[in-house]
Every structure is written in structure tokens, then in C-alpha cells.
Design a protein around this ligand. Structure first.
Ligand code: NZQ
Ligand code: ZN
Length: 387
């Protein structure tokens, strides 16, 4: 087992109706609030009005229109400007991972005198950040329990995972009923994203029985509960369990003591959604089985055998490579069964920029050091196999 240094300072408040505690919780952080949200889903579901009513004693400023794959310009820049001009005390992010990620970059940018891109691109280390409270409305990213935010810069096709312990939310409200309105497409994409977060930690050199069991159980729970959510979007128990599996996703709690995998599928997917603005979870679902096939070898086969037997119940008496291939096919079939388009062409990506994207990933993601190392040619091959 590897040594580790771990702390999560985020308070999770989970359950139906917990948002009633919002005024009491927010009081601890100050009166001037920047309320951030996306394209309007929180208004449609009545959550915007609810938050405004609960915070009627607070001074609220707003940043709306944060898009999926949140953009540095204008969202991060606008948010930083509003915080500085109005001396904001705390950010309240209400929405999916994109709203929260954008808010994290704003929180750090608000406490920095220079161009916030210096922080996101790791040129300068942040010294402080505004506190963030969030009400997460989509089970997927785990941003509500992790110190990262993923920000896109359109003109350079960059999509950077900006990670800093200062970016852990102070408090995350998790009410599964707020996810009842999530579409089938986003429910499936959220499940694929969370499953991939687990796989990125599972497929590594050095793991433990404890972590393997935790992650195998979470993968099974996600598959069972996401299907239930797709059949009945208002199934509280299924939405609740799916939400918690997602919340743990990028917090490292699933894999404390494991060696690093390099998060190869995320490294590759971030290029796809940077160049083509596709849904992150769909990009991952398309790439994952092709990545698995590409890296299957004498070195990696045993991990796939364990995954196949314990997650999909594949017959343990079969030959190792046969089990691995069945496991990879089962992974593909599960994503497809949720209605996810399983080819890059289905989401508007053709071969024209594969070489350029592969070079971008090879230059920026460090995948030559992944558990199964990937060079530019490997990345291009995986993209091509995903077409
Ligand atoms: O913009 P609105 O109108 O709010 O609609 C959103 C958006 O269109 C909608 N939505 C959210 N909650 C809803 C809802 N619709 C109906 N009812 C609700 N309750 O869903 C759409 C997608 O929202 P988005 O926030 O983009 O989805 P998600 O939570 O999957 O976030 C994706 C982003 O997170 C990044 C991804 O790269 C992508 O940019 N990631 C962040 C991570 C992190 N911070 O740890 C890790 C992940 O690996 C990931 O990279
Ligand atoms: Zn992800």
C-alpha cells in the first residue's frame, strides 16, 4: 500500500429538504453572496425561487448562464469581476458540476490580483479563495466533494482540471429530489462519468482488497441505480444512492493507498470536449471500452479479470483473456443500454482533427506515465477506434 496524505474539509448535508438549513449555514460566511447558476434548469424546477426566498436577508449578486464545459471567457472572468467590484463574501453555486467548477475558479480568481488564467494554468499558486457553498442538482462529477474544477478556454482548445485544496467546497447540500428533473441523457452521462472516475482509480498497479471491494460495489450500485433512475426519474432511493456514489468520485476516498493510474480516459476526453464541446460523460463512455481493448496485455489482464468476475459476474473458470474481453464488451453494452451514443461520429466528431487532438493530449496530459503508458500514436489509435 502506498503512503498518503488525505483530508476533506467539505461538510456534506444530505437528504430531502436539507436546503431549509441554507440561511443558517450561509450566515457563517457573510452577507454578500454571489449566486451562480447555469442556463435555467434551477428556475424551471423552482429551486431559484426557493433559494432567493431562503436568503431574503442576504445581499445577492448573480452570475447566470454558466454553460456545460464552463468557459473561462466570459463566465470565470465575469464572476471574478463581480466578486471584486462588490466585495463578495461567499459563492453559492446552484446547479451541476459545470456551475460548481466555474465557481471554484471564480473563488480563487477573486482573491488574486492578476489574470485568473495564471492560477488555472498553474503558473501561479493561489494563496486564498472565497468560501463556496453549493447545492448540487446533477449526480455526476463529484465536484461537490473534491478540490477540482475543469475550465475550458475556447480559443486555445484547452480544457484544464484546476486542482487546489483551497477549492474544496465549504458545504455541499445534496438533496436527491433536486435530481428528479435531470434528463435521461444527462442521467446516463452522469452515471458513465462516475463509473469512469472509479475505473480511473481501479485500473492501476497497486490496489487493496478494501479499495477493490469498495469500487466494485460502487460500480454495481451505479449500474443498478442509474437504470432505475432512467425507468423512474422520481425514484428517491435510486437517485439518492446514485448521488452518493458520484459524490465520492474524485475525492480519492475510493482509492486511498492505491498507486496512481494517470486518469488516461479523462486526459483523452478533455480534448474531445475542448475541441467539440460534447457532453463529458458521453465522451468517456465512448472512449473507455476502446481504451480497455487497446491496453489489454499480459501486464494488465489480471485487473480486467478481477473487474469482469466481481462487477459483471463473468464465469471465473474461463481463460483470463476471454474474461477480460467479455468484461470490456459488457462495459460497452451497459453504456449502450442507457442510450448513450457509442461512436464519436454520433456526437459530431470525425477523423479530421484526431492527429491534432492526440498531439494536444500527448503534450499536456502526461499519459506516457499512466499505468498502461499512452504515447501520441496510442491516443490517436484509441480515438480512431472510437469513431
Ligand atoms: O445549465 P442548466 O440549465 O442548469 O442545465 C444543465 C446542463 O444543461 C442540466 N442540469 C443540471 N441539473 C439539472 C439539469 N437539468 C435538469 N434538472 C437538473 N436538476 O444538465 C446539463 C449539464 O450540466 P453540467 O453541469 O455541465 O453537467 P455535469 O454535472 O456532468 O458537469 C460536467 C462538467 O464537469 C466537468 C466536466 O468536464 C464538465 O465540464 N468535470 C468536473 C469534475 C470535477 N470537478 O471533479 C470531474 C469530472 O471528471 C469532469 O471532468
Ligand atoms: Zn469525469
Amino acid at each position: 500500500m502506498q503512503s498518503f496524505d488525505y483530508m476533506t474539509p467539505t461538510r456534506l448535508i444530505f437528504g430531502k429538504g436539507v436546503v431549509e438549513q441554507l440561511p443558517e449555514v450561509m450566515t457563517g460566511y457573510g452577507k454578500k453572496v454571489l449566486l451562480t447558476y447555469g442556463g435555467g434548469s434551477i428556475k424551471k424546477m423552482g429551486l431559484y425561487d426557493k433559494v432567493k426566498e431562503l436568503l431574503s436577508d442576504f445581499e445577492i449578486y448573480e452570475l447566470s448562464g454558466i454553460q456545460p464545459n464552463p468557459k473561462y471567457d466570459p463566465s470565470v472572468l465575469d464572476g471574478v469581476r463581480i466578486c471584486k467590484e462588490n466585495d463578495i463574501d461567499v459563492i453559492l453555486a446552484v446547479g451541476g458540476g459545470s456551475v460548481l467548477d466555474c465557481s471554484k475558479a471564480i473563488a480563487a480568481g477573486a482573491k488574486y490580483d492578476g489574470d485568473p488564467w495564471d492560477l488555472i494554468s498553474y503558473k501561479v499558486k493561489a494563496q486564498a479563495a472565497l468560501p463556496i457553498v453549493d447545492i448540487i442538482t446533477l449526480a455526476a462529477t463529484g465536484s461537490e466533494y473534491d478540490p477540482g474544477g475543469v475550465i475550458s478556454r475556447t480559443e486555445t482548445n484547452d480544457k484544464i482540471g484546476y486542482v487546489d485544496p483551497l477549492l474544496f467546497p465549504a458545504v455541499s447540500f445534496l438533496d436527491p429530489t433536486f435530481t428528479f428533473t435531470v434528463s435521461k441523457k444527462q442521467t446516463a452521462a452522469g452515471c458513465a462519468d462516475a463509473m469512469n472516475h472509479i475505473m480511473e482509480q481501479y485500473f492501476c498497479e497497486d490496489s487493496t482488497l478494501l479499495n477493490d471491494g469498495f469500487m466494485e460495489a460502487a460500480l454495481k450500485s451505479l449500474m443498478i441505480n442509474a437504470q432505475k433512475c432512467l425507468e423512474n426519474p422520481e425514484d428517491y432511493t435510486a437517485r439518492a444512492e446514485m448521488m452518493l456514489c458520484c459524490t465520492y468520485g474524485c475525492n480519492r476516498i475510493y482509492s486511498l493507498g492505491n498507486s496512481q493510474s494517470g486518469w488516461p480516459c479523462h486526459g483523452m476526453e478533455h480534448a474531445l470536449s475542448a475541441y467539440y464541446d460534447i457532453t463529458h460523460g458521453e465522451g468517456l463512455a465512448i472512449i473507455t471500452p476502446r481504451w480497455m481493448k487497446h491496453i489489454l496485455s499480459d501486464k494488465t489482464v489480471d485487473r480486467f479479470v478481477k473487474y469482469g468476475i466481481n462487477v459483471f459476474g463473468i464465469d471465473a473458470s474461463l481463460d483470463g483473456f476471454e474474461i477480460a474481453e467479455k468484461a470490456i464488451q459488457a462495459t460497452h453494452d451497459f453504456f449502450e443500454s442507457m442510450g448513450i451514443p457509442m461512436h464519436l461520429r454520433d456526437v459530431g466528431i470525425d477523423e479530421s482533427r484526431i492527429e491534432e487532438m492526440a498531439q494536444h493530449v500527448a503534450d499536456n496530459e502526461g499519459l506516457e506515465n499512466a499505468w498502461a503508458p499512452l504515447l501520441k500514436e496510442d491516443i490517436a489509435r484509441i480515438f480512431t477506434d472510437s469513431l
